[in-house]
Design a protein around this ligand. Structure first.
Ligand code: ZN
Ligand code: ZN
Length: 377
């Protein structure tokens, strides 16, 4: 089955009510989704009668391999991409063309209006992204592969880390492990945050030595074309002598109590995951569980400062969003992260993140690493 052909047909069908007879897809990730083309310069003109990829000579051979059966317009190096796209548009005779409002620059739109002025252009938002949110079987397999790579990389990471390593050294090492485990590259710059650095949800790795802290947060993912995104928080990855514990380790909230509350929040959210669930309600379930399981004297939900999760696929962050201000309703085929986190300045953070495939009556956990912080290593 050629998934690219059926995706293009679905897109055309979805855009019928927009009053356009064609669509110009310019966002590279969306072009890839609809054609299989992985290069950086390509524009797809799509209608009921046309599917033309405009690119340049650097990609001529690659397109033959990746996009069999697709019409291709290779621009000469004397012409810009906009000029070549305008030529294809003029030749097509299309009257109303939808453009990707979230991605096309004002300069590109002006150039097309100038050089292919017979067509009128309608800004459309999120049409391809909406299709991308529901994964087909080939996409699910690739996300599963990305999760598998990430898990193998994590096992290398835990086996090989030393207490004298810095956050930066470990983050760099993780990128290597991801490649060694079969990934093309890291899905994003890994987060390795020791001790109180974990209080920064998106901590950039520093030269802090990890053996000086009694907890370590790692957020990483693999890119195999599709992506994975996982987080684990390790308790005392190294035996830390009491004298070397920093102030935050000695005086803060008990790690086990905070961890357990986050684990309960994660599980409460997973129970809500199914086709038809409101994304906002799943976020709420996690927050309620976090409050309920908070240690005495603190409401951990006050320190859960981001949304519960996000869709994942060709991009690390895509639809649907799971958060309070989301009106998304989950659909079978969505792949989403669940990642409740608690961030206590001066103490550190705990986050547990896994990737889930939404089904008709529940969900499938794609990752297998245990949540028990003692069982991970
Ligand atoms: Zn993450
Ligand atoms: Zn994430």
């Amino acid at each position: 089955m050629d998934y690219h052909v059926s995706r293009r047909a679905n897109l055309i069908r979805d855009c019928k009510s927009d009053g356009v007879d064609g669509l110009l897809v310019t966002h590279p990730v969306n072009v890839r989704y609809l054609t299989g083309f992985t290069g950086s310069s390509g524009v797809l003109l799509l209608s009921a009668r046309h599917a033309v990829l405009v690119s340049d000579a650097r990609y001529e051979e690659q397109i033959k391999e990746e996009c069999q059966g697709l019409d291709v317009h290779i621009r000469p190096h004397t012409k810009t991409l906009n000029e070549a796209t305008a030529e294809v548009l003029n030749k097509s005779g299309l009257k109303g063309v939808g453009v990707e409002a979230d991605h096309m620059s004002i300069a590109t739109l002006a150039a097309l209006q100038d050089k292919a002025g017979k067509a009128s252009y309608s800004p459309l938002s999120g049409r391809v992204e909406h299709l991308r949110a529901a994964k087909d079987p080939s996409e699910l397999e690739q996300i599963k592969a990305a999760v598998g790579v990430a898990e193998r990389a994590f096992k290398m990471f835990v086996a090989l880390m030393r207490e004298t390593d810095t956050e930066k050294e470990l983050a760099d090492a993780m990128e290597q492990y991801i490649r060694r485990a079969g990934g093309l590259k890291s899905a994003f710059a890994p987060i390795v945050a020791a001790g109180e650095r974990g209080a920064l949800p998106h901590a950039a790795p520093t030269n802090k030595v990890v053996g000086e802290s009694s907890k370590l947060l790692i957020d990483w993912g693999a890119d195999v074309g599709y992506k994975s995104d996982l987080t684990r928080t390790l308790k005392s990855p190294f035996p830390v002598p009491p004298l070397r514990k920093s102030k935050e380790e000695r005086t803060g909230y008990p790690f086990d109590a905070v961890y357990e509350a986050v684990r309960q929040a994660h599980e409460a959210a997973v129970k809500e995951l199914r086709h038809g669930a409101k994304a906002k309600d799943v976020d709420t379930a996690a927050r309620k569980a976090l409050t309920k399981h908070s240690p005495k004297g603190i409401d951990l939900n006050d320190h859960f400062t981001h949304g519960l999760g996000h869709g994942i696929g060709l991009e690390t962050h895509e639809g649907p969003q799971l958060r309070q201000n989301s009106d998304a309703v989950l659909e079978a085929g969505n792949v989403v992260t669940i990642e409740p986190g608690v961030y206590l300045p001066g103490w550190g953070g705990v986050r547990i993140e896994d990737d889930y495939y939404i089904t008709k009556d529940g969900c499938l956990r794609l990752s297998t690493l245990p949540h028990d912080p003692g069982a991970i290593g």
